[in-house]
Write a protein that binds this ligand. Sequence first.
Ligand SMILES: Cc1cc2nc3c(=O)[nH]c(=O)nc-3n(C[C@H](O)[C@H](O)[C@H](O)COP(=O)(O)OP(=O)(O)OC[C@H]3O[C@@H](n4cnc5c(N)ncnc54)[C@H](O)[C@@H]3O)c2cc1C
Length: 99
Amino acid sequence: MIPHATGRGRKIYEAVGAKRTVVSAVPPSTHQMGTARMSHDPGQGVTNAYGRAHEVPNLFISDGSVQTTAGAANPTLTIVALVLRQADHIGREVAAGRL
Ligand SMILES: Cc1cc2nc3c(=O)[nH]c(=O)nc-3n(C[C@H](O)[C@H](O)[C@H](O)COP(=O)(O)OP(=O)(O)OC[C@H]3O[C@@H](n4cnc5c(N)ncnc54)[C@H](O)[C@@H]3O)c2cc1C
């Protein structure tokens, strides 16, 4: 993935006129995620901000796939934070009779 990405990046820079491109050390942002990314817009994402699927009633996704990108650091603490937030949300929705 990294050689593919750096090769494509080089082509993009050269296409817009770069005179020289330099490939530097790649930071640890290569975790695969984003297959069920969150978005308010169902046309742009699979779940809402609480990981609830737009198209499947009462399906909640509780993993790294809801993150839109891997970012530039390890993802696990963000996955845990989003899941704790999701659990609070589900508890509130159940208590209010909406789930
Ligand atoms: C070698 C390595 C080192 C890493 N080091 C770090 C680190 O230091 N810090 C950090 O923050 N992150 C690290 N990561 C990334 C982190 O481990 C993952 O981003 C995180 O575990 C993703 O969590 P997840 O719940 O989205 O997916 P996963 O942890 O992959 O969980 C998916 C689960 O779904 C199960 N599953 C798959 N298909 C099915 C199916 N059809 N039916 C039922 N179950 C299924 C799998 O068995 C698995 O248990 C590392 C990853 C790797 C590979």
